[in-house]
Design a protein around this ligand. Structure first.
Ligand SMILES: Cc1ncc(COP(=O)(O)O)c(C=O)c1O
Length: 392
């Protein structure tokens, strides 16, 4: 039986990597050895102490609830550790009703849209940007207004460029700094402007801070919640995925505006039933030990950042060294006339190297491509050698 899909599914844009997967398979079928440097998913394991805490608690005979629904018997220490982390790192004190733990940000972004958007509602999303914001809007029956992130503005949202009718209609404005895919960072004064914009226009800012702890050269990314009064008009999505090499663990939290947090929690209670307690214990350990764990994790990405940027520069690419994220965002060589798809396809066909074409992140991503630093050094070196062999 061939079942028709829901209108909701039919409205989704084509999956970002579907076309590339097809091309990658065709290349492999032709005998090409494909070297992937496109996906942001850490190759390094979660820290030993975090894994040990998981192993200890998953079999702890004293914890009779260890196998049960995580939502009914939550590990109280986890939200406490998250609040304590925000207090230590940012000087932000969160009340209990200002934070809810999540099964990672991707899941939480879609649930957040279901919690706050009605059919026909508008939300603003940055482009190039993480596709899940728009997917959440579509699932909620809403619409996306795309705001460009331009190099000329250091990839920061230009609030003045958001038209008056969109400001009147929009419920949510998504921000994401340090940014995927551009690797741009925002300072506190940008977040101050964002909070002011939210207040003036009655729009909730949803700041996706997925890469906020992946920082280099001593740089520390700010939290939007450091701005005075931000928790009235903003929420921040924090994820343990990239910070602690824990993508598969599905763990994060959302902090800020209490009514938005409560609405998200209601969706969660009706859908996900929370995480295994052992994962909650392990996430608690990661947050409590953040200051000890982060330097070693970030040293690896910083070394790879230098390796990739230096090699690309030697090859004629004009790029800055990013202060954060696990990505390098580079313009396609002039010969491709800004066509990131053509560049990625030729690179794959002639060298076997797979990068992500910027067009996949929306219209203003065109002209660029993204490399992920979540691959071993030798894989990156091999890929960069092959890129160097291509006549650009
Ligand atoms: C900008 C951004 N937000 C959120 C996520 C999702 O993170 P999580 O693993 O917490 O779902 C990603 C993952 O790549 C991302 O790039």
């Amino acid at each position: 039986m061939d079942l028709p899909r829901s209108d909701r599914l039919n409205k989704l844009p084509p999956y970002l990597f579907a076309d590339l997967r097809r091309k990658m398979k065709a290349a492999r079928d032709k005998g090409v050895k494909v070297v992937r440097i496109d996906i942001g998913d850490p190759d390094q394991p979660a820290p030993d102490s975090v894994v040990e805490e998981l192993c200890r608690t998953v079999v702890d005979p004293a914890d009779l609830d260890r196998h049960r629904y995580g939502c009914d018997r939550p590990v109280e220490a986890l939200p406490a550790a998250a609040r304590d982390f925000y207090s230590r790192r940012y000087g932000v004190d969160l009340a209990e009703d200002q934070l809810v733990t999540t099964m990672g940000s991707k899941d939480a972004i879609v649930k957040f849209c279901l919690a706050l958007m009605n059919p026909g509602d508008v939300a603003i999303a940055p482009v190039p940007g993480y596709p899940t914001y728009n997917i959440g809007h579509v699932f909620a029956g809403g619409e996306t207004f795309e705001v460009p992130l331009l190099k000329a503005n250091d990839y920061l949202v230009d609030f003045d460029a958001i038209p008056a009718d969109v400001r009147r209609k929009a419920k949510i404005l998504w921000l994401n700094y340090p940014n995927n895919p551009t690797a741009a960072t925002a300072d506190l004064s940008f977040f101050e402007r964002a909070v002011e914009f939210a207040r003036q226009n009655d729009i909730l800012i949803a700041h996706d801070a997925a890469y906020t702890l992946n920082t280099f050269d001593g740089y520390e990314a700010p939290s939007i919640l450091q701005v005075d009064g931000a928790a009235e008009v903003a929420v921040e999505f924090f994820s343990l995925s990239k910070a602690f090499n824990m993508t598969g663990w599905r763990m994060g939290f959302v902090a800020g505006n209490a009514s938005a947090v409560a609405a998200l929690n209601t969706v969660k209670e009706n859908i996900d039933n929370g995480s295994l307690r052992a994962i909650q214990f392990a996430a608690t350990a990661a947050l409590n030990q953040a200051e000890e764990l982060l330097p070693a994790i970030n040293a690896v990405y910083q070394r790879r950042r230098d390796l990739v940027v230096d090699a690309l520069r030697a090859n004629g690419f004009e790029i800055d060294k990013p202060k954060a994220t696990i990505y390098i965002w580079a313009p396609v060589p002039p010969r491709f006339d800004g066509d990131s798809g053509a560049f990625a396809t030729e690179l794959l066909d002639k060298t076997g190297v797979m990068v992500t074409p910027g067009r996949g992140y929306g219209q203003w991503g065109e002209g660029y491509f993204r490399i992920s630093l979540s691959y071993p050094d030798d894989v990156l070196t091999d890929a960069l050698d092959r890129i160097a062999g291509l006549s650009l």
